[in-house]
Design a protein around this ligand. Structure first.
Ligand code: KG4
Ligand code: ZN
Length: 333
C-alpha cells in the first residue's frame, strides 16, 4: 500500500510517500524558517504564499525520491488542521485535486496525531495504549492514546503552549527564531540560578504564561546585568521539570507504563534526558522520535493517515468535495 501525504499547517511545506504502515520512502521538507526569522516569528500571509509556490515542486521531489508514479498511489493523506488557515488550505486544496484526478480516497488527518505517529516510524514495535506528552509551538497536551485512532485528552495548557513560551522568552532575551533550539544552545553554557515559578493544578493541566512573564520581569529589572545563559538554563530546567513531573504523575495514577514524547519541543535534549531518567526510575518505558521527525514533517502525518485509512476514516473525494481546513481542529474530531 502506498500513500502520498501533504503537511502545510505552519511554515514547512512537506510531502512524504509511505509504504504500508511505517516505511518512509521519501519525506521532503521545505522549510521557510530563514524567511520568517527576519520577522521574529511566522507571518501567516507569507507562509501561505510560500506554500503555494513550493507545493508542486515538493510533491514532485517526493515522488522522484520514492521512485514511484502517481498511478501506484492508493490514497492521499493531508493535514486538515489545526494550524494557520491559509497555510492549511494550500495543502488541503492540493490534496483534494490530486485525489480527484487520480480517483483515489483522501484521508484528512490531525496534525497532532501526526506528531504522535512520528514515534511509530522511529520505533517499529511501538503500539498503543500509551501516554503521549505532546509539546509543540501550538500544543502542550497529555493524551491517553487508547488506540491508533482513539485519543483522550487528560491535561493541557491553560494559556501558552510550551514551544510558544520558548519562542517568546527567546525574543525577550534577544535570541533568534525559533526560540527553542536557541535557548537550548545558550543554556549549555549557563546554570539554573534563577528561581522561576512552576504551576501545579489539581488536574493534569499546565500553564506557561506565568514563567514567561517572570522571565520578562527579571530581564527588565536586571537589564544589562542579566546573565542570559543562566536565564536560559533556568527557564529550560523549570519548564522541563513541570512537563515531566506532570506526565509521571498521570502515568502513576492511570497505571500506564509507556510514554511517548511528541511535537517540536521533543527535540529538546534536556527534556528527552529528564523524561528518560524519570521513566526509568519508575520502571516505565519512554519513547522519543528521531530528531528528524520531531519538528513538522509529512512522514509523521503520513503514518497517522495510514492508520486513519485502514480504520475507515478515508473518503471518496467526490462525496467529500466540501472537505475544508480547520484552524482549531480538535484531536479526534
Ligand atoms: O511541532 P512544531 O515543529 O510546530 C508546531 O506544530 O507548532 O514545533 C515548533 C516548536 C517551536 O516553538 C520551537 O521553538 C520548538 O518547537 N522547538 C524546540 C526545540 N526545537 C524546536 N523547543 C525546545 N528545544 C528544542 N530543541
Ligand atoms: Zn507541529
Amino acid at each position: 500500500m502506498l500513500g502520498l501525504t501533504i503537511e502545510s499547517s505552519c511554515d514547512e511545506t512537506s510531502v512524504a510517500i509511505l509504504k504500508d504502515n511505517r516505511e518512509v520512502l521519501s519525506n521532503i521538507v521545505s522549510t521557510q524558517i530563514e524567511i520568517h526569522k527576519e520577522y521574529g516569528g511566522v507571518v501567516p500571509e507569507i507562509a501561505s504564499r510560500k506554500h503555494l509556490t513550493n507545493i508542486s515542486y515538493v510533491v514532485n521531489e517526493a515522488m522522484k525520491e520514492a521512485g514511484i508514479s502517481f498511478k501506484d498511489l492508493d490514497y492521499i493523506g493531508v493535514t486538515h488542521g489545526p494550524g494557520l488557515i491559509g497555510a492549511l488550505l494550500v495543502g488541503v486544496s492540493y490534496a483534494k485535486s490530486l485525489a480527484y484526478a487520480l480517483n483515489i480516497p483522501i484521508v484528512p488527518t490531525h496534525h497532532i496525531e501526526g506528531h504522535i505517529a512520528a514515534n511509530y516510524i522511529t520505533h517499529k514495535d511501538l503500539k498503543p495504549p500509551f501516554i503521549a506528552l505532546v509539546v509543540s509551538g501550538g500544543h502542550s497536551h497529555i493524551i491517553f492514546v487508547k488506540d491508533y485512532t482513539e485519543f483522550e485528552i487528560l491535561g493541557k495548557t491553560r494559556d501558552d503552549a510550551v514551544g510558544e513560551a520558548f519562542d517568546k522568552v527567546a525574543r525577550t532575551l534577544g535570541l533568534g527564531y525559533p526560540g527553542g533550539p536557541e535557548i537550548s544552545k545558550c543554556a549549555e553554557s549557563g546554570q539554573a540560578t534563577y528561581i522561576l515559578p512552576k504551576t501545579k493544578f489539581e488536574n493534569y493541566d499546565f500553564s506557561f504564561s506565568g514563567i514567561k512573564t517572570a522571565v520578562i520581569n527579571i530581564a527588565h529589572k536586571e537589564g544589562k546585568k542579566l546573565n542570559i545563559a543562566n536565564m536560559c538554563a533556568s527557564f529550560e530546567q523549570t519548564v522541563c521539570e513541570e512537563l515531566v513531573e506532570n506526565t509521571i504523575k498521570v502515568m502513576k495514577e492511570k497505571n500506564i507504563t509507556k510514554v511517548v514524547l511528541a511535537g517540536g519541543v521533543s527535540a529538546n535534549r534536556l527534556l528527552r534526558k529528564m523524561l528518560e531518567e524519570e521513566a526509568k526510575k519508575n520502571n516505565f518505558v519512554a519513547y522519543m522520535p528521531d530528531l528528524k521527525y520531531c519538528t513538522d514533517n509529512a512522514a509523521m502525518v503520513a503514518c497517522a493517515a495510514y492508520y486513519n485509512f485502514i480504520n475507515n476514516k478515508a473518503y471518496n473525494i467526490k462525496d467529500k468535495l466540501d472537505l475544508n481546513a480547520k484552524a482549531n481542529l480538535k484531536i479526534g474530531e
